[in-house]
Design a protein. Sequence first.
Length: 216
Amino acid sequence: MVEPVGPQRVLYGGGVPVAALLKLPQWDAATRHPFLRAVGEGTASTFGVWLAQDALFVADLVAFQARLVARAPRSAQGVLAQGVVGLVAELDWFDIQAASLGVSLEVAPMRATRDYQALLVGLDEERYARAVVGLWVLERVYLEAWRYAASYGGTGRYAAAVAHWTDPAFASYVAALEELADAALAQEADDGVEDVVGAVLAHEVAFWDMAEQRDG
């Protein structure tokens, strides 16, 4: 008797680039959320909620990425270290934006923020290849998400945020992370990468949802 064959898992690495993951259906939900459209149109009344929670997330990301630098191959450390420096500068950017919008950053993490922090802790425990793919995914989501917001104008009250995450320098950094992810998987092919990507995308959707729903 022939056993039924389940869905084939793609072995990323060995000639299959991580860019192929952009075809997964979850990308649309993570990068074309209604909250992003509202930001682009300048009508996102809960933007301050998102801003304060994202500042907490970036602080967690600094810690995660600093640890990733320490265990990365020497050839990858320069890009990752520059990313850490950029994230620290981004925390200053949050302070400036919060002051201009009258938003307090002295808030407790909401559920989606806590869940994302837990995901970063989990990636800390994964081997380097999966961790760097996870980092690339979350930054690529931001690039595509804010490009989507920009497509709805991006010149209103929240123009600074749209400009910040669609800047060509950020796009170049995301491209460099993609190269690191491809290089890591070339050394260590992995059929579980889609699980990592799916987890990151689910947390991104939850984060956008949180901003709209104030789900604590």
